[in-house]
Design a protein around this ligand. Structure first.
Ligand code: BMA
Length: 376
């Protein structure tokens, strides 16, 4: 035992200052000045992944659900526990409410409460199109003009400043709450102004790199973990086509809804396994973490979706088990939106039983499971 300790100490000692990858060392986020809590979160996520477990996450979980609005949780109502991870969107920052009508001040409150219980937060950003002052779905070309020297660069900086103020406010007892930040997502599709044919590959990479450099170096924000997430893909080349570089990314993720749509055939469903394997192998090579950043079946129209579709994909093999978290999209409030747009069963929904069974699987971590894991 002592001999092993001495060897590993010497190994660690001599690796300092060399470029050799020290495989004994836990992976860290890229930011050299990342706060202690940020490094700790990254390492906890890595442990979850190495244990073959997956934290369950839900977008907007605490703000509204299918039947209610304001401070509750469909996940908690159904399972008795909160999700281990919460997603929030920064779209329309600068206004009082975000694009889905949640007050930014409430989002801050929910993030703090979740953090106090042990939950993790991930932020996405459906930023408006700055040229048209419209929405993310306005695909008018704008990215090139948002970069340095461009007509909309100043407006872009203003948005990043608003975001910086928001995340800087997320502080408890003088310590910033570590956050996963997943900007410019689903960029291999062409539905957002930052994606697909609406932007050149080089401009997309520059947009990403500028975002990181501005927040990290200029605004000195050191409590962010950067998450890269494509939409569905089939090959590693496709996945990495717009990858901004290892120094700019901490977590490798992807979104895929198509595989679970009712009309998706068996072969399309299997893409998920391939996607999970590709991100896990890349993460392993690059000493990063991987995650399944968005998915689900809208209106949960299959009562065995969770145990028969999602769980078997996550637990398919040693690679697919490495997704540190899976996040399902929001449960839109029916009264407000007059449509069935929800991804997690609400209390009384016919798939609730199946969802409970899914969350009871030892590989799936809700908030208190994640807390227990951290304590061990
Ligand atoms: C989409 C839908 C929209 C929503 C947007 C941002 O997937 O849920 O209704 O506005 O995400 O949250």
């Amino acid at each position: 035992m002592k001999k092993i300790l001495l060897i590993s100490f010497l190994y660690g000692f001599f690796s300092i200052g060399t470029n050799a990858t020290n495989t004994n060392e836990d992976p860290k986020p890229n930011d050299k000045k990342a706060t202690k809590a940020t490094i700790a979160l990254y390492q906890q996520l890595n442990s979850v992944s190495q244990n073959g477990q997956t934290i369950f996450g839900h977008q907007d979980d605490l703000a509204y659900g299918y039947h209610w609005w304001g401070n509750n949780s469909d996940v908690k109502q159904v399972t008795g526990d909160y999700p281990g991870l919460y997603g929030w969107d920064m779209g329309e920052i600068g206004n009082e409410k975000n694009l889905d009508d949640v007050l930014f001040e409430d989002i801050k409150k929910y993030i703090k409460e979740a953090y106090a219980r042990g939950g993790v937060t991930t932020l996405s950003w459906h930023m408006i199109n700055l040229k048209e002052q419209s929405s993310s779905w306005d695909t008018t070309r704008v990215v090139h003009e948002m970069l340095k020297g461009g007509k909309y660069h100043k407006d872009f900086i203003k948005k990043l400043d608003l975001f910086a103020d928001f995340v800087n406010d997320l502080e408890v007892n003088g310590e910033k709450i570590p956050l996963l930040f997943r900007p410019w997502h689903e960029h291999n599709g062409s539905w957002f102004w930052w994606g697909g044919k609406n932007v050149s590959i080089e401009d997309y990479k520059s947009l990403w790199q500028f975002t990181v450099e501005y927040l990290r170096d200029k605004k000195k924000i050191h409590h962010l973990i950067y998450v890269y997430s494509t939409d569905a893909f089939q090959t590693q080349e496709e996945y990495l086509e717009r990858y901004p570089g290892d120094e700019y990314v901490d977590v490798l993720g992807f979104d895929d809804y198509g595989a679970f749509r009712s009309y998706a055939d068996e072969a399309r469903e299997q893409w998920i396994i391939n996607e999970l394997e590709i991100v896990a192998k890349l993460a392993d090579e690059k000493r990063k973490i991987c995650a399944f950043t968005e998915s689900g079946l809208e209106a949960v129209t299959d009562d065995t979706f969770f145990t028969q579709k999602l769980l078997p994909k996550l637990n398919h093999n040693k690679w697919t088990k490495k997704a540190a978290y899976v996040m399902l999209w929001r449960n839109a409030n029916y009264q407000k939106e007059q449509r069935d747009h929800f991804y997690v069963p609400y209390k009384g929904h016919s798939s609730a039983k199946d969802f409970i069974q899914f969350t009871e699987d030892p590989s799936i971590l809700l908030e208190s499971d994640f807390m227990k894991m951290k304590e061990n």
